[in-house]
Design a protein. Structure first.
Length: 352
């Protein structure tokens, strides 16, 4: 078997000391290695296929080079892949390994504690805790043993850094998109489930309506279960009550599926008769509907990457303070929005 290339081999090839190689490869900011020498050493290390010995480095630095990602059943949801991908790619940039534990959504305090301890038993340097619902939580006490970051929730104690999507901004931008297309009678189908996303999206809808100089009309709101059947029932209810909107903003893409069905049954075409916009940009729903659903994307990838970057800062800076961030949600344009149709002029008659 070929002998593993060690740091001594790199030092010998470069004609420098072991300490110089170590500083160059770890980008130590102490001014001892100039930029030209640092790049030359890195090039030699790449050419020789040198990889640092993680075990030896861990023993020296008391670091495992591993961070834990504890999820609340999001690993089985459509959104989780983007969070994990964002975290994984950011971890790779920092030469860190990601260890994932999928926790039960209805887990009690003891189960949560055991999940955290399972990661601590693997000597992770820090932990990212991702939740399904965007809420205020009290993290397990054991999470304070290492630097930690929350995704999708904020820490009630204010000690743990967190990132959540800006639901209110995303919803407001969705409605602004409809207003820019010329719509004024814009219905909203809120969720019946009382979670922060429900409240944030309703506030965003109302913000944009008032911003445009319009009145928030209760007749244009029809709440429903946040699934396709809920969107269908809410749309039928809206139309039966004479809401007569030119555009419908659904709480999420699953509800938007029901909107499509209800409008088809009532012979309303999308977007010629009624424009539709959703929220979540959930694969494969939004892109598979016909016409393609314009929707708002939750920043799952960005939140995963932010969590790792923030955790890395906490690991390298003992004086870093906890921060709470709301990450913007972007609108993804497809084909479900058009300008509202002008009402037909009534025919007039005259007597000879």
């Amino acid at each position: 078997m070929a002998r593993r290339v060690g740091i001594k081999d790199v030092a010998q090839e470069a004609g420098v000391s072991l300490t110089t190689v170590s500083h160059a490869l770890n980008d130590s900011l102490n001014g001892r290695v100039n930029a030209e020498t640092r790049e030359r050493i890195k090039e030699i290390a790449r050419r020789m296929n040198y990889h640092p010995n993680r075990l030896a480095r861990g023993l020296r630095t008391n670091s495992s080079g591993m961070i834990g990602l504890l999820t609340e059943e999001i690993a089985t949801t459509p959104h989780a892949g983007r969070i994990i991908l964002g975290a994984q790619e950011a971890a790779s940039r920092h030469n860190l390994t990601l260890a994932i534990i999928n926790s039960a959504l209805q887990a009690d305090a003891d189960e949560r504690r055991n999940d955290v301890l399972a990661l601590l038993d693997r000597h992770v340097d820090g932990i990212i805790y991702a939740t399904v619902y965007h809420d205020t939580v009290t993290p397990p006490e054991e999470l304070g043993s290492v630097p930690a970051v929350l995704i999708g929730a904020t820490d009630r104690t204010g000690r743990v850094s967190s990132v959540v999507p800006d639901e209110r901004q995303g919803a407001a931008d969705a409605v602004r998109h409809l207003i820019a297309a010329g719509h004024r009678r814009i219905a909203f189908l809120p969720s019946l489930v009382d979670v922060p996303a429900t409240r944030g999206r309703l506030l965003g809808y109302e913000d944009a309506i008032r911003e445009a100089g319009l009145e928030v009309d209760p007749a244009l709101q029809s709440p429903g279960e946040p699934e396709a059947r809920g969107g269908y029932a809410a749309t039928i209810d809206l139309l039966d009550r004479g809401g007569d909107p030119t555009a419908i903003f659904a709480y999420n893409d699953r509800m938007a599926m029901g909107v499509y069905r209800a409008l088809a049954e009532r012979r309303r075409r999308i977007p010629q008769d009624v424009s539709v916009i959703g929220f979540d940009d959930q694969a494969p729903i939004a892109g598979s509907l016909f016409p393609g659903l314009t929707t708002v994307a939750l920043p799952h990838y960005e939140m995963g990457a932010w969590a790792v970057e923030t955790l890395t800062t906490l690991l390298n800076d003992d004086g870093a303070h906890a921060e709470s961030v709301r990450m913007p949600c972007r609108t993804v344009e497809r084909e479900s929005i058009a300008a509202p149709r002008k009402p037909r002029a009534r025919a007039t008659s005259s007597r000879a």
